[in-house]
Design a protein around this ligand. Structure first.
Ligand SMILES: Nc1nc2c(ncn2[C@@H]2O[C@H](COP(=O)(O)OP(=O)(O)OP(=O)(O)O)[C@@H](O)[C@H]2O)c(=O)[nH]1
Ligand SMILES: [Mg+2]
Ligand SMILES: [Zn+2]
Length: 357
């Protein structure tokens, strides 16, 4: 059987195909989890959707629990049990920083993360930077959406909000959108080409579901709307669901969330690419840009090439990451400690030398 079809449009490809064992090919079929229903999931197979159950042993044995976006294997038939969750390409986590037991996978195999910030709630630069780092670390690419721009009549108000978002965005795109005027919707749709999956994240009320609706409305019938609206008005989104766009591509909607988990694996350099480029000129490879001699970042702040608040935001996140690494112990932490010791020795020496002159 070839790959062309719904699953391919949903991002099923060689990465997942290669994970199938010979004996699984004849007996199991791959599908993508499109909605969570407690102990069950709605899975989209090539032939159509069905409800599948998550075996109890998954929980008991600490096996990967499937979430929306996962590709799973299950036998054909009525309400089959999931046999296996295929290894993920990317995963978005939420939970308390550094606490594995509280960590929760929000969505799997996502290519793009749309961070929705409504103009009426404002864009908080520091919070956005933190989220951007988490998204970069997940393997997905962030796209910042400044939503409900129709609410701003004055061009200068509009530019002020967009500038705030761009200042924190680094190299990530910032798209002004409005579900009322349709502004930005084609840009989002263009990013969600066949095989790609996006997820909408943001505070409750940021307009995520309205945008998903707008994306689908152009191609799908109005009956889709009952998923979020009823006669009395707005329904806040509860479960997470994946929707297939007409031209291929998929989008995941879910309840509002405050924060993503920032975890190891970096993400900081990508989120602060402007700063990283300047920091390459610092004398020390692991300069914290505080009072180290030969710090190119401090020079750039003085010359107005880097924003001090942004650098401060970076320092905070960087400090958190270093602290987490140190807490975790192990060889990585030992190396970090040795480096830090060597660094402070070097700084002391340089200071002594400077003092002599
Ligand atoms: N003016 C204006 N209002 C919008 C726009 N998009 C959404 N809204 C309104 O904002 C409110 C919240 O929209 P939702 O799409 O439900 O927000 P959400 O992000 O999905 O919220 P949760 O599901 O609770 O996380 C609704 O009353 C929408 O009508 C927009 O582009 N312009
Ligand atoms: Mg919603
Ligand atoms: Zn520096």
């Amino acid at each position: 059987m070839g790959l062309a079809g719904v699953l391919e449009a949903l991002g099923y490809g060689p990465f997942f195909e290669a994970q199938l064992r010979a004996e699984e090919r004849g007996t199991l079929r791959p599908g993508r989890a499109v909605a969570d229903r407690g102990r069950r999931l709605v899975v989209r197979f090539e032939e159509g959707e069905s409800l599948v159950t998550i075996p109890g042993r998954f929980r008991a044995s600490g096996e990967t629990l499937p979430v929306v976006g996962d590709f799973v294997l299950a036998p054909p038939g009525e309400e089959p049990q999931i046999a296996r969750v295929l290894a993920r390409r990317t995963r978005l986590l939420r939970g308390a920083a550094g606490r594995r037991d509280e960590e929760q996978v929000l969505a799997a195999n996502v290519d793009l993360v749309f961070l929705a910030h409504a103009v009426d709630a404002g864009v908080k630069g520091r919070r956005l930077e933190r989220t951007l780092a988490a998204v970069h670390a997940s393997g997905a690419a962030p796209v910042i959406l400044v939503t409900k721009v129709d609410l701003l009549d004055l061009p200068e108000d509009r530019e002020a909000v967009l500038d705030e978002a761009r200042a924190a965005a680094g190299a990530s795109p910032v798209i002004p959108v409005s579900a009322v005027t349709g502004e930005g919707v084609p840009e989002i749709r263009a990013l969600l080409a066949a095989g790609r999956t996006g997820v909408f994240l943001g505070l409750s009320g940021a307009g995520k579901s309205t945008l998903v609706n707008a994306l689908l409305r152009a191609e799908v019938q109005a009956t889709e709307e009952v998923r979020w609206w009823d006669a009395r008005g707005r329904h806040r989104t509860t479960g997470r669901s994946l929707f297939v766009l007409e031209g291929g591509g998929a989008v995941i909607d879910g309840p509002g969330i405050r924060e993503l988990k920032l975890w190891d694996g970096g993400g900081l350099d990508a989120a602060f690419d402007d700063l990283s480029q300047v920091a390459a000129g610092c004398r020390f490879g692991d300069c914290r840009h505080l009072d180290e001699p030969g710090c190119a970042v401090r020079v750039a702040i003085e010359e107005g090439r880097l924003d001090e608040d942004r650098v401060e935001g970076f320092r905070k996140l960087d400090g958190e990451q270093r602290a987490r690494e140190a807490r975790r112990g192990g060889p990585g932490a030992r190396v970090a400690k040795q480096r830090e010791k060597a660094l402070s020795r070097a700084i002391r020496k340089l200071r002594e030398r400077d003092d002599e002159h």
